[in-house]
Design a protein around this ligand. Sequence first.
Ligand code: ZN
Length: 381
Amino acid sequence: MEVTLSKDEILRYSRHLIIPEVGMEGQLKLKQASVLLIGTGGLGAPLALYLAAAGVGRIGLVDFDVVDFTNLQRQVIHFTSDVGRKKLDSAAAKMREINPFVTIDLHEVALSSENALEILKNYDIVVDGTDNFPTRYLVNDACVLLNKPNVYGSIFRFEGQATVFAYQGGPCYRCLYPEPPPPGLVPSCAEGGVLGILPGTIGLIQATETVKLILGIGQPLVGRLILYDALAMKFRELKLRRNVECPVCGDHPTITKLIDYHQFCGVPRQAEAPQPVEGDIDPTEVKARIDRGEKFQLIDVREPHEYRIARIPTAVLIPLGELPKRLGELDASVEIVAHCKGGTRSAKAVDLLKQSGFRARNMKGGILAWSDKVDPAVPKY
Ligand code: ZN
């Protein structure tokens, strides 16, 4: 069946149709194209909005998350009234409103080795909008195995990167980073923070490359990694080459099927983290001890800028990184209770304190749990 544009579509896409490099032929390519967006968060938001507006015929969305208040600073496809709603439903509603001619597939799953090939194989182009290493390696390997272009972007604080992997003999993510960094070394977007506008800039570079690949125009961002520094307002470009030793796209690949990426990256699956440890203390118990006037020392191992957002009145601020050289400030005759934002950094602090001969316990769930269970006036962030 010959694909054509309706009168309404011709009007809608007129500013494409009058560019010779796009024209009717290009708009029909867009209409017949299918793109899978992994994630409808910071990067996925501008991607979904603009690819829908541009008339990409079928757009798949993969997400299993729910919109929360901390998303709204950058995930512009989700509105305040969407908080608590599934991100897939929230994103699809906006995309349909922008362009009812686009077909939207919803995949409400956590992408995994079990389902990735089955989902990705039905799309021409895969766009990686994830913020975690297991999914990034999974998407990369699946794209190499399926021979699909992987339009990559990543963001951190004021800096971002973008490139197109696994396209026409070009390099893949593993050519650049064969192995993930040690767990805990690189903070996630949630821990590290990100300028709200940054995913817009990087997501739109990904959207531009996606449209160029579909149209077959321009120089694709293949074999080149764009590095963007928002503070300096500078773009740099690194040349990338396919690594013949690459474990997945090299001349003698050792990875020929998908593996367990959580194990590979040394990070637990989201549902599994973080498990309370025996000896952890609940925030309500900490509050009861304060009220009873018991002698113990509460320390806050977060950073000073977090302490300025929210604090527990009796807690003494000693950032985790300073703890080893500030042990002398602690009273070894009493028990130390450490807290952070969610309980992960304070668990490290407790290990360190115990190794140094202190009696120490971790406050379960950090200041977020304190806000939930003890004092709702303490803001969550
Ligand atoms: Zn490779």
